[in-house]
Design a protein around this ligand. Structure first.
Ligand code: DHB
Length: 388
C-alpha cells in the first residue's frame, strides 16, 4: 500500500494527526496493534488542558467534551490536614476539563472513520524499513495474518511508550533520557458518588492520594504504593483504608471497586524525535509520571507542531518546519517534564525520606499555596502553556 503519511498508533495523537492532515489535504493510513474495542475501553488519563479542549472543539463539531465532560476551575492541594484551593480562572484565565481519554477516543474514532479514514486495527508492526530515505515503509502483519507493507512519504510513530517506530529514530528501542521513581500508583474505579467536586491532590504522612472523578456514578482514585505491588492482592477494605488514611479531613464515599491497576512511574525523553522522514510524537517520544495529568495533552501539543510541519513539507516542499520540529516540541516537553517531576516529588513521600526531607516538603507546599506567584505557576502549567 502507498500513502502520504503512515501513522503507527490510533491513540489521541495518531487520530488527531490524521484529522489535521486531512484538513490540509494530506492523506494518511493509520495502523494499530489493538482492536477498536480495546482502544475504546482502556481506562487512561482524565484531564484535558484548555488548549486540548479548544482543539477538540475546532476539529470535531460532535465532540462530547461539553456534555459528557466537566469543566474544572481548580484543584485542591491538601497537606498537613488542610485543603488549599488553586483557582485557575482568577490566576491564569484558563480551566481544565475532566473528560476521560477513552471517551475522547470514541469521539475521534467516530470522526475519522466517518470521514473515510483508512484505519487498520490488529496490525502487528515489526518496524520501519528506511532503506529508501525518501520513502520509508512500515512493515508488519495485518489482522488476517497477511504481510503488510505501508510505503509512505513520511512515517509517524504515535505508538506509545513501547514504540516500535522509535528504533528508526533513535537507533534503539529505548534510547533516551530517563529517570525512575521509588513509588507507583494504585488506581481504582469505583461505583460511588463523588467524594469531592474537584480533584484533591493529597500529601499525607502515609503518602500521596489523588481523588478524581469520572461521572456522577463512577469515581477514579489513586494512592501511592510500592512499584512491586500486585494489584490483585489487597482486599477492597484494605484499599479503602489506604485511601481514607491519605485524605485526612474527607470521608470518602465508598462503593464497589470495579477496576484496579498499578501504574508505574517513569520520566523519559527520547534522544531524538526525528530522523529523516520518520518522527515520534506522544509517549513514543516521551513519558511523564502521571501527577499533573500532562501525558495526553503533551502528545496533542506535539501533533499540532508536527501536522503543520508535514503540511509544509508535503504540500509545499518546505523543510523549514520539519527541521525545527524536534527543537520546538522539546521546548514544551522539558517544561512538562519538569512540572510532572515537580508535582510528583512535592506530593509523594519517598520511602527513604528523612524528617528533614518531610519538613522541607511541607515548606515547599506552603511556599506554593501562600504566594500568588506560586499558585499562578502551578495553574499556568496545569491548565497548559499556550500552543505555539
Ligand atoms: C487523573 C490522573 C492524573 O494523573 C491526574 O493528575 C489527574 C487526574 C485521572 O485519571 O482522573
Amino acid at each position: 500500500i502507498r500513502t502520504r503519511v503512515a501513522i503507527v498508533g490510533a491513540g489521541p495523537a495518531g487520530l488527531i494527526l490524521s484529522q489535521l492532515l486531512a484538513d490540509a489535504g494530506v492523506e494518511s493510513v493509520i495502523v494499530d496493534s489493538r482492536s477498536r474495542v480495546e482502544i475504546e475501553s482502556t481506562i487512561r488519563a482524565g484531564i484535558l488542558e484548555q488548549n486540548t479542549v479548544d482543539l477538540l472543539r475546532a476539529i470535531d463539531p460532535a465532540t462530547r467534551v461539553d456534555t459528557v465532560g466537566h469543566r474544572h476551575d481548580g484543584i485542591e492541594l491538601r497537606f498537613d490536614g488542610e485543603g488549599h484551593r488553586i483557582d485557575f480562572p482568577s490566576l491564569v484565565g484558563r480551566s481544565v476539563w475532566l473528560y476521560p481519554q477513552h471517551e475522547v477516543l470514541k469521539d475521534l474514532l467516530a470522526l475519522r472513520l466517518g470521514a473515510g479514514q483508512d484505519l487498520r486495527f490488529g496490525v502487528t508492526i515489526d518496524g520501519v524499513d528506511d532503506g529508501d530515505p525518501t520513502h520509508p515503509a512500515v512493515v508488519g502483519t495485518d489482522a488476517h495474518g497477511e504481510a503488510l507493507r505501508l510505503e509512505a512519504d513520511f512515517v509517524v510513530g504515535a505508538d506509545g511508550s513501547r514504540s516500535v517506530v522509535r528504533a528508526a529514530v533513535t537507533g534503539s528501542r529505548s534510547g533516551g533520557y530517563f529517570r525512575e521513581y521509588p513509588f507507583a500508583w494504585f488506581g481504582i474505579l469505583c461505583e460511588a458518588p463523588p467524594s469531592a467536586q474537584e480533584l484533591i491532590y493529597s500529601n499525607s504522612e502515609n503518602g500521596f492520594a489523588l481523588i478524581s472523578q469520572r461521572s456522577p456514578e463512577v469515581q477514579r482514585m489513586y494512592f501511592q504504593c510500592d512499584p512491586t505491588t500486585d494489584a490483585a492482592a489487597p482486599s477492597d477494605a484494605e484499599i479503602w483504608d489506604a485511601l481514607q488514611s491519605r485524605v485526612p479531613g474527607t470521608t470518602l464515599a465508598e462503593g464497589p471497586i470495579i477496576q484496579r491497576d498499578v501504574l508505574r512511574f517513569r520520566s523519559f525523553v527520547a534522544h531524538e524525535l526525528r530522523r529523516g522522514r520518520v518522527a515520534l510524537v506522544g509517549d513514543a517520544a516521551h513519558t511523564v509520571p502521571p501527577t499533573g495529568a500532562k501525558g495526553m495533552n503533551l502528545a496533542i501539543a506535539d501533533v499540532v507542531l508536527l501536522a503543520e510541519a508535514l503540511r509544509s513539507l508535503l504540500t509545499e516542499s518546505n523543510e523549514r518546519l520539519i527541521d525545527s520540529y524536534a527543537e520546538r516540541a522539546l521546548d514544551r516537553i522539558w517544561k512538562a517534564q519538569h512540572f510532572s517531576w515537580w508535582m510528583t516529588s512535592m506530593l509523594h513521600v519517598a520511602p527513604d525520606a528523612s524528617d528533614f526531607d518531610r519538613r522541607r516538603q511541607l515548606g515547599e507546599l506552603r511556599t506554593v499555596v501562600s504566594s500568588e506567584a506560586g499558585r499562578a505557576y502551578l495553574a499556568e502549567a496545569y491548565t497548559g502553556w499556550p500552543l505555539h
